[in-house]
Design a protein around this ligand. Structure first.
Ligand code: ADP
Ligand code: ADP
Ligand code: ZN
Ligand code: ZN
Length: 757
């Protein structure tokens, strides 16, 4: 391949055996864009993340001196015989950016510090050096809200139940409950009658209870009486629970605080987070908070218009970074947007922005489905960025299902042929043209693009949303048909999720949102516990062997005594990452030796839990067990083993698992946000079969989707646009996919026409 002459060799793997990989051998040319394809569960992540990325990190860690190494996370060597020529790997994934309320798009992309320098040099009047413009710095932050832009105030009517007495728990916050030390401060202060309802308090008593202070009262402990500063309930509550970083409160306290408080925009800084000196400093008409509140698309021309010779060099640096945000299709975000509110796909693209600015070369960048959340229009821009990273002298590995991304690959590795135990092999390696001609599942799906469905179902009614005002939706009125499959389309940031997962979900509180967020699972959850067949399995073992059922539970008497049924031993070393080692007694099998001597039709409990769902359907005969197992098979998870920890499932697999429970209900409204995430074209076809079944059994289904195969199968399409952010949020088209084909102003229609051409 041209242009990669300076690379010293190819990445070579052989004998790779992580998870389902069957002795995989593979050569990846360095300096290229290599795309990994294959059905969900075929083993793409096992190669790219669990083998290549882990080994790169491990080798990098080895190069550090021991005292540094001890502080880094420990990685076991991946199961592979040969792993050669790796370079430093950077994983750009969809894990939520998280971060507290002080982390914004501006801070994480480091554009905010650039703007601070700009204002400190060029703002009129200048507030000082650049930290005087930082809401995370005491010199810059608004003193009222401590730089958060929001204040939380106590909702008195919820903190205080005036119908009750102090003895009956008039102060509703749990740590002020009768009997607690904080309750004693009031009920036993001698200042109030603890048996009088608050509503009967005099004005002075009420004032004293809530706000009073500045004097001492007797406080009784077990055997002494001492003087204690008196502090009103509201003052004390505010000091202890509100005037501190919410992140320092326990999860339980945060929930309880939320129950008795209300959040609002800070009255002092009006949400600008900064003190008055910083907010009064302006460049032209704008202060720094105005810059941060604008959409990036709008901020760019403002900075371009600065011609002052002092301001220009700093503005140029900020502009370069802002243009990168625009280039990844995120120009509709503002710099003050908190990172905790951006979606997984948006977060992944923000991480990409950071790397695009870096001057590192010979790095291996690893992307997990970067097309998530992107309209076909935006996918073109994404491709340009991936190629730009490659052209800077890097190796780019991408796990992807999108036909348009696959099309620009220099090299493709197709994993299959199926999922789980049916996958784990390289079924094709080479160029995209070769893949299109190959007889693999991916090759076939690239050749035959599904057509438009024309016999649409007729809606039974509609969910009517009137004058929705949320994010970028302005007075939007729309009818979402019921009893059919509706696809909501539009470019990223046009308002699809806001419409479906916020507005519609809020109006229909019984709607079922099927997203990819973690299912409430414990580390011990498995497919078998999820569909609730473990009890039956234990009883079958008990009946077959004559010992009690608890013997077959690793949480109970059957568990390995050394690791107490965990299979691993965690050693906590002071200051260091905990080290996790497989338990030597049970070799990770979790059960004690005696348990494994008992067999059911020739298999012990560990062997039964190693069966895939498909194999288990052959193994068991109990109708109840079979019925529950079939649910997993129906949603395409037949390749999972009964005992695989659910924590190892991908987002797409989790989503289908949630669906397994729901497939037999009727009369409901189902909302999906990009259900094709993580799914191969063949998996999408299976998913569509499931969605059709949901509709045919009397449900309404609404999907936010950009995958055109889904749009083509929908009964109804609602297209939002024309662009993102405040340039979007309007309805461009409502109707059948066939009618969409001839819609004039819709980018979605353009791409649909191209796809069907
Ligand atoms: P893909 O990336 O192609 O969707 P994966 O590499 O994630 O596939 O998974 C391949 C197979 O290995 C699947 O059957 C998956 O359920 C299984 N698997 C993945 N991670 C683990 C793990 N930590 N433990 C056991 N099985 C796993
Ligand atoms: P889509 O689903 O079409 O990608 P969204 O509904 O996520 O679009 O976003 C529509 C607009 O609303 C965008 O300008 C986005 O930045 C804004 N937005 C979405 N979520 C939030 C939020 N939690 N806070 C502030 N703005 C938001
Ligand atoms: Zn403020
Ligand atoms: Zn053990």
């Amino acid at each position: 391949m041209e242009g990669r002459g300076h690379f010293s060799g190819d990445i070579v793997l052989s004998g790779a055996r992580e998870n389902n990989l069957k002795n995989v051998s593979l050569t990846i040319p360095k300096g290229t864009l290599t795309v990994f394809t294959g059905v969900s569960g075929s083993g793409k992540s096992s190669i790219v993340f669990d083998t290549i990325a882990v080994e790169s990190q491990r080798q990098l860690n080895e190069t550090f001196p021991a005292y540094v190494r001890n502080r880094l996370a420990r990685h076991a060597r991946p199961r592979a015989e040969v792993m050669e020529n790796l370079s430093t790997a950077i994983v750009v994934d969809q894990k939520p950016l998280g971060g507290n309320s002080r982390s914004t798009v501006g801070t994480m992309t480091e554009i905010q510090p650039m703007l601070r320098v700009l204002f400190s040099r060029h703002g009129q009047p200048s507030a000082g050096p650049s930290n005087h413009y930082s809401f995370n710095d005491p010199h810059g932050m608004c003193e009222t809200c401590h730089g958060l832009g929001r204040t939380v105030t106590v909702a008195l009517e919820r903190l205080l139940d005036e119908t009750r007495t102090l003895n009956e728990g008039a102060i509703t916050y749990p740590s002020f409950a009768p009997g607690t030390a904080q309750w004693q401060l009031y009920a036993e202060s001698g200042l109030f009658d603890p048996d009088k309802p608050i509503s009967s308090f005099t004005e002075q008593e009420r004032e004293l209870l809530l706000y009073g202070g500045g004097f001492k009262v007797d406080r009784r402990s077990r055997d002494s009486v001492y003087k204690n500063e008196y502090e009103g309930v509201l003052v004390r509550f505010t000091r202890r629970y509100l005037n501190r970083d919410a992140d320092s409160l326990s999860q339980r306290d945060r929930k309880a605080v939320a129950e008795v408080t209300e959040e609002g925009i800070c009255p002092e800084c009006a949400g600008g987070r900064l003190n008055s000196a910083a907010l009064e400093s302006r460049i032209g008409a704008h202060n720094i908070a105005d810059y941060c509140a604008m959409e990036v698309n709008d901020l760019i021309p403002v900075l371009e218009a600065l011609h002052d010779p002092v301001a220009k060099p700093v503005a140029q640096a900020a502009l370069a970074a802002l243009r990168r945000i625009q280039a990844v299709g995120l120009g509709y975000l503002s710099l003050d947007r908190e990172t905790s509110t951006v979606s997984g796909g948006e977060g992944q693209r923000l991480k990409t922005v950071r790397h695009l600015g870096s001057s590192l070369t010979d790095v291996t960048y690893i992307f997990d489905e970067p097309s998530v959340g992107l309209h076909p229009r935006d996918v073109e821009r994404l491709n340009a960025l991936l190629l730009a990273l490659r052209d800077k002298g890097n190796t780019v590995l991408v796990v992807e299902h999108d036909r348009d991304v696959i099309a620009v690959a220099d090299h493709v590795v197709d994993i299959g042929p199926g999922a789980g135990a049916h996958g784990g092999e390289v079924v094709y390696e080479g160029t995209v043209e070769g893949l299109r001609r190959s007889d693999t599942l991916t090759g076939r799906w690239l050749r035959q693009v599904p057509g438009l469905t024309r016999n649409h179902r007729t809606p039974k009614g509609a969910y009517v949303l009137r004058e929705v005002n949320l994010h970028n939706l302005k007075n939007l009125t729309v009818e979402v048909p019921s009893g059919v499959l509706t696809a909501v389309t539009g470019v990223a940031g046009s308002g699809k999720s806001t419409l479906v997962t916020k507005a519609l979900a809020a109006q229909q509180p019984h709607a079922i949102c099927v997203d990819q967020s973690a299912i409430g699972i414990s580390p011990r959850s498995t497919p078998a516990t999820y569909v609730d067949i473990m009890d039956t399995i234990r009883k079958l073992f008990a009946a077959a062997s004559g010992v009690e059922a608890g013997m077959f539970s690793f949480n109970s008497t059957g568990g390995c005594p050394t690791c107490r049924g965990r299979g691993v031993i965690q050693t906590d070393l002071a200051f260091l990452e905990p080290v996790t080692l497989t338990c030597e007694t049970c070799e990770g099998r979790r059960y004690r030796e005696q348990t494994l001597r008992h067999r059911l039709d020739g298999r012990n409990i560990v062997e039964v839990l190693e069966l895939t769902v498909e194999e288990a359907l052959e193994f068991f005969a109990e109708p109840g067990v079979l019925r529950k197992l079939r649910r997993l098979q129906e949603v395409g998870l037949g390749y999972l083993t009964l005992g695989q920890p659910l924590s190892t499932l991908s987002g797409g697999e989790r989503q289908r698992l949630k669906l397994a429970d729901r497939l037999h209900e009727s009369g409901g409204l189902y909302l999906f946000d990009e259900p094709t995430t993580g799914l191969h074209m063949a998996d999408v076809a299976d998913l569509l079969t499931l969605l059709d079944r949901l509709v045919d059994s009397g449900n309404s289904v609404v999907v936010v989707e950009h995958d055109l195969d889904v749009v083509k199968r929908a009964d109804w399409v609602i297209d939002l646009g024309p662009e993102a952010g405040h340039h979007g949020g309007r309805i461009l088209f409502e109707g059948t996919p066939a009618a969409l084909l001839s819609a004039p102003d819709s980018i979605t229609a353009d791409h649909l026409r191209k796809d069907l051409a």
